[in-house]
Design a protein around this ligand. Structure first.
Ligand code: G6P
Length: 613
């Protein structure tokens, strides 16, 4: 949430900052701002409500010189998304400027104290309080800026990734993090800082991931990292594995569409080197040392948020079916505040695309304190969650820029499938022949997903019929239920049509009251163990004049005869239904949203990475 980017070096900072903000815009787009310091020691700050392009138009023709600068794109927490609350914020004497991602929880009492000491505030933000605090400490204790920042950070409670510049110290950027991500790019006599590596990758592949409670003091020729307890750290420079072309739309109209179409590849990448169908073997390097844990596990608890939580529900079906370990799937935000009963024999699997979701991180910390073994399933390499967990499996889906998750979801489901089979193999709960059969089918999934994508034109036509709907109901049974939930989430996120996902049989206990001839009911009705039951549910909908769109297995005739619209997906083992049935639902939401004129890549009020609770 909120994107931050900074630069110090010998190039013009502004083009780097503004391009970086465009790359980070998926993190928040309520407002944007930049600060630039030029050789005349002028600190020029420009900020505007709305998207980065608004800011760019505003700055056109104004002085944006300087070889040191920083920028921010905001997802509002404290204070309305207007010009005044946009970052950067300044100290009272206007010498210091700050950008911030996170929340300073004790900003209220700090603000009162500072007001009592004569400070005046221009915004409603917690961030402005922090920069005033630094100014206050610097003046009162007569400290240099480095020390004042360190002392101030010891006084704040909450989460932050910050970058600070000073007019009086024009050759330095100071960056710090606690609970919010921060990457430093190391160039040739230049440094970059950013919330993630996307603004950095085209300039350097050498990065340092700042740890919690660390402050980086950056000069053109020097980097010093200290903890907030004043202990010097040796920076660990690592090579970034991120391809620049994955951050571009590559000819697609939207990132979301590109990412939907990348799924044959991303699912393949997630499985690569991990499955051996001929031998009937799954190999997961990240968790291979934990075989005994799986053998002895009493229970698996999956914690996640949003789409990742839906992947967790699919995981529940797969792990219980194949590895015979009881699974509970929890919203991380509820789990963390619920005093859950956790034992040392429990395994917690935390699922997160970004690896930065605040609630998921807090749930991990809680489970860890209580002795559970924690595994992560994350997409962003080097993000916080993989560093918090004991071990894990990366999904390798590549960067996902569209705010609504698509390829990350199917990669998470793939990773969970691999984990379920790995656990089954370890525990001996799956006959070798069956595992060989399943892995042989799994290997074909990327091609089958490719085939499912061929229905795009048909789906566009169906989308035209549904584009003016006010509500929609998504139904599924078994692992089709989480698919229905994910289908409903996708539709409401990007098209703003109210949608609900329901287990098909539960429809009778409430949602059936909503059904009329205006209401599209999207049903996962593929040929699997619940096929006949789903057919009954479709009949119940039709009897109430509902409009049925059914996702069916290719060659189906029975459902076709009763549904208003059908979309076929290729046949495969029931285990892989979620990977295939999700594809048409993603395309349906995408087309409906585009037809309604919505911004599919940046839906209103949402952010890709939710680093505040
Ligand atoms: C936000 C995103 C969703 C995502 C959820 C969890 O709401 O918009 O797409 O599913 O956060 O994020 P995570 O990075 O933990 O998977």
């Amino acid at each position: 949430m909120c994107g931050i980017v900074g630069y110090i070096g010998n190039r013009d900072a502004y083009p780097i900052i503004i391009k970086g903000l465009h790359r980070l815009e998926y993190r928040g787009y309520d407002s944007a701002g930049v600060a630039l310091l030029n050789p005349e020691k002028e600190l020029n700050i420009y900020k505007k409500a709305g998207k980065v392009s608004n800011l760019e138009d505003f700055i056109a023709g104004k002085n944006h010189s300087g070889k040191i600068g920083m920028g921010h794109t905001r997802w509002a927490t404290h204070g309305a998304p207007n010009d005044k609350n946009s970052h950067p914020h300044q100290s009272g004497d206007e010498n210091l400027a700050i950008i911030h991602n996170g929340i300073i929880e004790n900003y209220g009492p700090l603000k009162e104290e500072l007001i009592a000491r004569g400070h005046q505030f221009k915004s409603d933000t917690d961030t402005e309080v922090l920069i005033h605090l630094i100014e206050d400490i610097q003046k009162e204790a007569n400290l240099d800026l480095r020390e004042a920042v360190r002392v101030a950070l010891n006084e704040v409670v909450g989460a932050y990734a910050i970058v600070i510049m000073s007019k009086k110290d024009p050759d330095q950027l100071i960056a710090a993090r606690k609970g919010s991500p921060m990457v430093i790019g190391v160039g040739d006599r230049e440094y970059f800082v950013a919330s993630d590596a996307t603004p950095i990758v085209e300039y350097t592949k050498n990065v340092i991931y700042l740890n919690d409670n660390e402050i980086a003091y950056l000069k053109r020729d020097e980097i010093l990292i200290k903890t907030i307890d004043n202990i010097v750290q040796s920076p660990y420079v690592q090579e970034l594995e991120l391809k620049l072309e994955l951050l571009e739309k590559g000819g697609y109209e939207h990132f979301m569409l590109k990412e939907i179409y990348e799924q044959p590849q991303s699912i393949h990448d997630c499985m690569r080197g991990r499955i051996y169908p001929l031998e009937g073997k799954v190999q997961l390097g990240g968790i291979k040392d934990y075989a005994e844990k799986f053998k002895n596990a009493d229970r698996i608890i999956i914690v996640a948020c949003g789409t990742s939580w839906h992947a967790g529900l699919v995981g529940e079906y797969l792990i219980e079916e194949y590895a015979r370990i009881p699974v509970e799937v929890e919203y991380a935000s509820e789990f963390r505040y619920r005093n859950p009963i956790i034992s040392e024999k429990d395994i917690v699997i935390a699922i997160s695309q970004s690896g930065e979701t605040a609630d998921t991180m807090a749930a991990i910390e809680l489970a860890k304190e209580r002795g559970a073994t924690i595994f992560g399933i994350c997409n962003v390499v080097g993000s916080s969650i993989p560093r918090l967990t004991h071990a894990g499996v990366y999904t390798h889906a590549g960067p996902e820029i569209g705010v609504a998750s698509t390829k990350a979801f199917t990669a998470q489901v793939t990773a969970l499938t691999l984990m379920a089979f790995y656990m089954a193999q370890t525990k001996g709960t799956l006959a070798q022949n069956r595992l060989i059969g399943l892995l042989t089918e799994l290997e074909k999934i990327p091609d089958l997903v490719q085939k499912a994508l061929l229905s795009n034109d048909l789906i566009l036509e169906i989308a035209k019929k549904f584009q003016n709907s006010r509500n929609a109901l998504f139904l599924g049974r078994g692992s089709g239920f989480p698919v229905a939930l994910e289908g409903a989430l996708k539709l409401k996120e990007i098209s703003y049509i109210h949608a609900e996902g329901y287990p098909a049989a539960e429809m009778k206990h409430g949602p059936i009251a909503l059904i009329d001839e205006e209401m599209p009911v999207i049903v996962i009705a593929t040929k699997n163990s619940s096929y006949e039951k789903v057919i009954s549910n479709i009949q119940e909908v039709k009897a109430r004049k509902g409009v049925v769109l059914a996702i069916v297995t290719e060659g189906d005739t029975e459902v076709k005869a009763m549904a208003d619209y059908t979309i076929e997906i290729p046949h495969s083992d029931e285990a892989f239904l979620p990977l295939l049935a999700t594809i048409p639902l993603q395309l349906l939401s995408y087309h409906i949203a585009v037809l309604r004129g919505c911004n599919v890549d940046q839906p209103r009020n949402l952010a890709k990475s939710v680093t505040v609770e």
